[in-house]
Ligand binder design. Structure first.
Ligand code: NAP
Ligand code: CA
Ligand code: CA
Length: 267
């Protein structure tokens, strides 16, 4: 695909995403919630309908593209080959259900395993963030600046308290300026992209939680690695940190100190 075709694809996807403004209010008005694996693992008609509508859209307009989505079976998807869309139709479903805010749609396009387009749609604030390979990252079509380096002492760090042991939490709090968590991997990551947070960690990220962050990190000069400072396989996910370059190594040093961050490290 040449750059002109990529820009045309971006235009079509942005048009589709803005079309969600007409359907989401009615879906939320009629929202019903189900649990999947456990009481925290929620899905609603909103998640399912957004993904179904996107699948119908690509089937109609790009029939040779594949969809790798949270709310479907992906056994037949070959994520590393061809044209692949990775979608989290609602990231922050618990926030949508409990607070009606602080959720987003994460959507990314990979060609032969390379990220070329990435979107995070902060629907409650009607703000669409996008990254285009080689063109940069944009907030509602306004170019986003690269972040200034942030030392860990000045950084707000974001991670889920259930999955980091108390000693590691204490060490992170002592080293950092403070702690905050929004509860949406996409929106917590966005705070890092905008220079507001120093880092966001998810110790068990799925491919759809982090698909857009690869290209945003590339275009904005952020660090995105696993917790051993190695590259992440986008088709597998796993332990994940997105970080300001000024504090990435310091945060990883603390996470890996004295046997690591895991909750039951001594058992
Ligand atoms: P939550 O509000 O349900 O979710 C917060 C964010 O984490 C969302 O982006 C969510 O994506 C994602 N997420 C949901 N379940 C996850 C999981 N099991 N592992 C990794 N990411 C997950 O989070 P919560 O209410 O604080 O926690 C719910 C359960 O998920 C708890 O058992 C918690 O330990 C676990 N969790 C683990 C991590 C981790 O870093 N390992 C992070 C978050 C939550 P969706 O909205 O698309 O589901
Ligand atoms: Ca998610
Ligand atoms: Ca989701």
């Amino acid at each position: 695909m040449n750059q002109q075709q990529l820009l045309e694809l971006d235009q079509a996807i942005r048009h589709w995403l803005k079309g969600l403004d007409d359907i989401i209010p009615n879906l939320i008005a009629d929202m019903h919630t189900e649990t999947k694996l456990n009481k925290f693992d929620l899905v609603t008609n909103v998640d399912r309908m957004i993904q179904d509508q996107f699948e119908a859209f690509i089937n109609e307009h790009y029939p040779d593209h594949q969809l790798f989505g949270e709310e479907k079976n992906n056994d037949l998807v070959d994520a590393k080959h061809g044209d692949v869309w990775v979608m989290d139709p609602i990231d922050g479903t618990a926030n949508l259900v409990k607070q009606k805010t602080d959720y987003c749609i994460i959507l990314s396009y990979f060609s032969e395993g390379e990220p070329l387009l990435a979107y995070i749609y902060d629907y409650p604030h009607h703000t669409l963030y996008k990254a285009i390979k080689g063109e940069g990252a944009f907030e509602n079509e306004v170019r986003m600046p690269k972040v200034a380096p942030l030392h860990i002492n000045d950084a707000i760090l974001s991670y889920n308290l259930y999955v980091i042991n108390e000693q590691t939490q204490a060490d992170l709090k002592n080293a950092a300026f403070s702690y905050r968590l929004i509860g949406s991997c996409g929106l917590d990551s966005l705070r890092v992209m905008k220079g507001q947070f120093g880092a966001h960690i998810n110790t068990n990220a799925k491919p759809w939680d982090i698909s857009a962050q690869f290209l945003f990190s590339e275009e904005l000069g952020l660090k995105m690695t696993n917790l051993k400072n190695e590259p992440i396989d986008f088709a597998l996910g796993g332990p994940f940190i997105i970080s300001n370059p000024g504090c990435h190594e310091a945060v990883l040093e603390i996470l890996n100190r004295d046997g690591g961050y895991e909750v039951n490290k001594n058992s």
